[in-house]
Design a protein around this ligand. Structure first.
Ligand code: ADP
Ligand code: ASP
Ligand code: MG
Length: 404
C-alpha cells in the first residue's frame, strides 16, 4: 500500500519525539508499505520566527517572511531523515519545491496550482521513505511560498490525492477529532468518523485540529483521511464523505474561535446602497466579514452595522472602511474589542428544529449574552465576550448531550 502520513509540530517537537516518529514510520515501512511523510516545523518554531521578524519590522515583506518560515519545516525533514537512517531505514528529504508543489504567487496564503510529486514515485520504488516539508511550495515565479498556517495538513492531503495514496494519516497530539477541543472540555468525546462538511465547518469555525483549506481540498478530490495520535496506536477519527449511517447526531461538535474583533460602522444612511458600499470595499480588499447585525441608529434615517472581522485584519479594515465612508460622505468607524465566536456544527440540524432554542437556553442559563449571530445550513455561530468563551463551550457541549 502507499501511505501518506503527516506529523504535526508537537509530534516532532524535539529530538526524542522525532526518534519516536521515525520508529513509527519504520513500523509501517517494515510491513512492506511505501511511505511518504509530511512533517511540520517543531511546535513553536513558526511563531518564534514570526516574532523575530516582527521585532525587526512591523510590516515585514511577505516574500521574506515565506523565505524565513519555510526554514522551520526544512529543519524537521532533515532530522527525520537522519533519524530514519540511524535505525536502518533508507530515507530522503524533499522541500516543497523538490516535491513539485507549485503554487500561485500569493505569499503567506498561496494556493496549490499544480502538484507533480517530483521524483517521489521513483524514490519510493527504490524502497526509500520520502520525507516532504509541509506548508511550503514554490510559485510559478520560482519564489518560495507558504500555504497558510497549519498548511502541512494541506501538503499531506494534496500529496495523497496526487499520488493516489491508499491511506492518508494525520498524526497529531490528540487521539482524533473530538466533540469539542479536549483542552477546554475535559469530557469531550472522540468521534469515530465525521463527514467532510462537518469537519470543514468545525475547522473554519476555529477547531485547529485540521487546517480548513486542507479539508476543502480533501472534499473536492474525495480523499478520505484519518486524524490520530502520534503518541499511541489507538485508531483515530475517519474523515470522509457523508453516509446515511452518520446521521444519528444532531450536533457533532462545538468550535471556538478567539481571533475575531467586533467592528461598528455607525450613522450610515439606512439604505442597501450604503451597506453595499461598505461590504464591497471590504470584499475587494479581501477582508472577510463574518457575523453581521444591523441596528437602527438614534438619528432618523440612519443605521449602525456591527460585524466581526479577523483581529489581524482590523487595521486594514479600518483603512478600507474609512475610505469608503469618505466617499459616502457619512458614517463613523469604531472597533469595540475582541470577541469569541462559539459555533455548533451538525448535518442533523437541517432536519431537526429547535437547535437554536437549546443553544440560547444553554447560554442564558450560564448568564452569557450574545449579540452577533450567524447561521449556515449546518452551523450556528454566536459572538460572545472572550472571558466567557470556555464556559460557553462547556455549557453548550453539555446542553446537546455531547458528553454522553
Ligand atoms: P499539529 O501540530 O499536529 O498540526 P494542532 O495543534 O494544529 O496539531 O492541532 C491539534 C490541536 O487541536 C489539539 O491539541 C487540540 O487542542 C486542538 N483542537 C481544537 N478543537 C479540537 C477538536 N474538536 N478535536 C480535537 N482537537 C481539537
Ligand atoms: N509550521 C506551520 C504552522 O505553524 C505549518 C504547520 O504546522 O502545519 O502554521
Ligand atoms: Mg495543525
Amino acid at each position: 500500500m502507499l501511505i501518506v502520513q503527516k506529523y504535526g509540530g508537537t509530534s516532532v517537537g524535539n529530538v526524542d519525539r522525532i526518534k519516536n516518529v521515525a520508529a513509527k514510520i519504520k513500523s509501517y515501512w517494515s510491513e512492506g508499505h511505501q511511505v511518504v511523510v509530511v512533517v511540520s516545523a517543531r511546535s513553536g518554531v513558526t511563531n518564534e520566527l514570526i516574532a523575530r521578524a516582527k521585532s525587526i519590522s512591523a510590516a515585514p515583506s511577505e516574500r521574506e517572511m515565506d523565505m524565513l518560515l519555510a526554514t522551520g519545516e526544512q529543519e524537521t525533514i532533515a532530522l527525520t531523515a537522519l533519524a530514519l537512517h540511524s535505525i536502518g531505514v533508507p530515507a530522503v528529504s524533499r522541500t516543497g519545491a523538490q516535491a513539485g508543489i507549485i503554487t500561485d504567487t500569493f505569499h503567506s496564503r498561496a494556493r496549490i496550482s499544480q502538484l507533480t510529486g517530483g521524483d517521489i514515485k521513483e524514490r519510493l520504488n527504490e524502497g526509500k521513505v520520502v520525507i516532504v516539508a509541509g506548508f511550503q511550495g514554490i510559485s510559478s515565479e520560482s519564489e518560495i511560498t507558504t500555504l497558510g498556517r497549519g498548511g502541512s495538513d494541506l501538503t499531506a492531503i494534496a500529496l495523497a490525492a496526487v499520488l493516489k495514496a491508499d491511506i492518508c494519516q494525520i498524526f497529531t497530539d490528540v487521539d482524533g477529532v473530538y466533540t469539542a477541543d479536549p483542552r477546554i472540555v475535559l469530557d469531550a468525546r472522540k468521534l469515530n468518523h465525521i463527514c467532510y462538511e462537518e469537519m470543514l465547518e468545525l475547522a473554519a469555525s476555529g477547531s485547529k485540529v485540521m487546517q480548513s483549506r486542507s479539508v476543502e481540498f480533501a472534499q473536492k478530490y474525495g480523499v478520505p483521511f484519518e486524524v490520530r495520535s502520534s503518541f499511541n496506536d489507538q485508531p483515530g477519527t475517519i474523515v470522509k464523505a457523508f453516509e446515511k449511517t452518520m446521521e444519528d447526531a444532531l450536533v457533532s461538535g462545538v468550535a471556538l474561535d478567539r481571533t475575531q474583533t467586533r467592528v461598528t460602522v455607525g450613522d450610515l444612511p439606512d439604505s442597501p446602497a450604503a451597506f453595499a458600499a461598505i461590504f464591497d470595499a471590504l470584499g475587494e480588499s479581501s477582508v472577510s466579514v463574518d457575523m453581521i447585525v444591523k441596528n437602527v441608529a438614534p438619528i432618523p434615517g440612519k443605521a449602525n452595522l456591527t460585524f466581526s472581522v479577523n483581529t489581524d485584519q482590523v487595521g486594514y479594515a479600518e483603512k478600507v472602511i474609512t475610505a469608503a465612508l469618505k466617499k459616502l460622505g457619512a458614517g463613523t468607524f469604531r472597533s469595540s474589542g475582541e470577541i469569541a465566536k462559539v459555533s455548533i456544527v451538525g448535518v442533523g440540524m437541517t432536519s431537526h428544529p429547535g437547535v437554536a432554542g437549546t443553544l440560547f437556553r444553554a447560554l442564558s442559563e450560564a448568564g452569557i449574552n450574545s449579540e452577533l449571530i450567524t447561521t449556515s445550513e449546518i452551523k450556528i455561530s454566536v459572538g460572545i465576550a472572550p472571558d466567557k468563551a470556555d464556559l460557553a463551550v462547556r455549557s453548550i457541549h453539555s446542553a446537546f448531550g455531547l458528553d454522553k
